[in-house]
Design a protein around this ligand. Structure first.
Ligand code: G3I
Length: 376
């Protein structure tokens, strides 16, 4: 197991002290056959093969295994038991972002991220900070400034937030999702309009480095495997920022996978991403069974096979990176029911994008990923 950049005590548990220490792995790993019923256009669902007993992912992966967390999860014993068994790194799903912290520029709220940081600190579980600067947040609070005051407020926010968690986390997503949606160039945002297209990113990394010199500083984006144009623009942007002296310490690919992309696309991108020699964070894996484009006549078995094939390709591509570059493999939620994809208005309640089912049981997909990680 690679050692995290920060000295990390071995994770004892995420349960409050005094809880029994045993893990009832059978309860976690038992995956009774879910024999589907005749429903809608899904013909009689085929009974799921019971996956072989799957050892905890964090114990077989030669790198940290992460998941997204919300402060409220620590009040759910089932979530805590599953997280304690399976992962050794956490990423706040939303409560370390401006939308939670920045009530206004002179009123910052830290109760939830502090609770998450305290849980990680107490249990020796790594904390990955997410996200300091994101195009989609902060516009209202930062509006009304002239450029000078905008820059000062920008610096002050990063200093305050990254400074607060210095020594409590191992890394930050300093800039999240800077590439345009279609992959052609950079996103236009209040950050780029006030501080320059590359300027705001270089400044964010410089300020984060000042606030927390030990943290690994990531730039993080999505659809990089799904859309080769966007992936290439991301790589070119990283190259340009590094040349400009931005202290980028790691590269995050979110991997919200489109399971219908051609085989090989993921592997090619991961190989190119690794060519910088920097730590790579596979930062937000989920693999929706839904097709956003409508008109989906695939059977459930076909969708599950596509999902398995792409997630295995991703796991293999990550495993193929040099050990020192395998920062962490983070799944964007533990149980399917924890997924953001199950909280949006397009959800039909049937999506199964993650590695554990609604009851926290391993799935055939879990076994497939575990087999790849077990190749060591
Ligand atoms: O929990 C509160 C609830 O108490 C309140 O009533 C409700 C209405 O305000 O909000 C709830 O919080 C929401 C939270 O998700 C939990 O559901 C926030 O409003 C909502 O903004 C937040 O959305 C998150 C989103 O990022 C925006 O921060 C999603 O959970 C999270 O999965 C998603 O994650 C992003 C990554 O940060 C970046 N990559 C893409 C990924 C998916 O969009």
């Amino acid at each position: 197991m690679t050692q995290p950049p920060h000295p990390s005590r071995c994770a004892s548990h995420l349960l409050p002290r005094g809880e029994k220490d045993g893990i009832d792995r059978r309860a976690l790993l038992a995956a009774p056959l879910a024999v589907g019923t005749l429903a809608g256009c899904d013909r009689l669902a085929v009974a799921e093969p019971t996956p072989p007993t799957v050892p905890p992912l964090k114990s077989i992966a030669p790198f940290p295994i992460g998941t997204a967390v919300m402060a409220g999860h620590f009040d759910d014993p089932a979530w805590v038991a599953l997280a304690r068994a399976q992962v050794n790194q956490l990423t706040p799903e939303w409560e370390m972002k401006m939308e939670y912290i920045l009530q206004s520029l002179d009123r910052l709220t830290f109760d939830a991220p502090d609770r998450i940081a305290a849980a990680c600190e107490r249990e020796g579980v790594r904390l990955h900070g997410h996200a300091l600067i994101w195009y989609s947040q902060g516009e209202q609070a930062f509006s009304g400034f002239d450029r000078t005051h905008f820059g000062r407020a920008f610096d002050r926010y990063i200093a305050e937030v990254a400074g607060r968690y210095r020594g409590k986390l191992v890394s930050w997503d300093v800039v999240n999702e800077p590439i345009a949606e279609d992959g052609n160039g950079l996103r236009d945002s209040h950050w780029s309009r006030n501080l320059g297209d590359d300027g705001y990113m270089i400044r964010a990394f410089e300020q984060a480095k000042l606030a927390d010199p030990e943290a690994v500083l990531f730039v993080n984006d999505y659809n990089l495997e799904n859309n080769p144009v966007k992936g290439t623009t991301f790589l070119r942007t990283v190259e340009r920022l590094l040349k400009a002296g931005a202290p980028i310490g790691g590269l995050g690919t979110q991997s919200h996978l489109d399971i219908e992309i051609p085989a090989g696309q993921i592997s090619r991108f991961m190989r190119d991403l690794g060519s910088f020699g920097l730590p790579v964070h596979m930062s937000e894996l989920d693999a929706s069974l839904r097709r956003e484009r409508g008109g989906d006549f695939r059977s459930r078995a076909q969708r599950l096979e596509q999902q398995r094939a792409r997630v295995v390709e991703l796991a293999e591509a990550f495993m193929a990176l040099p050990e020192r570059q395998r920062f962490a493999f983070t799944i964007w939620g533990l149980r399917d029911s924890d997924s953001w994809l199950r909280r949006d208005n397009r959800d039909d309640g049937k999506d199964q994008p993650l590695l554990f089912d609604d009851a926290g049981r391993a799935k055939p997909l879990t076994a497939a990923v575990a087999e790849v990680f077990g190749r060591g």
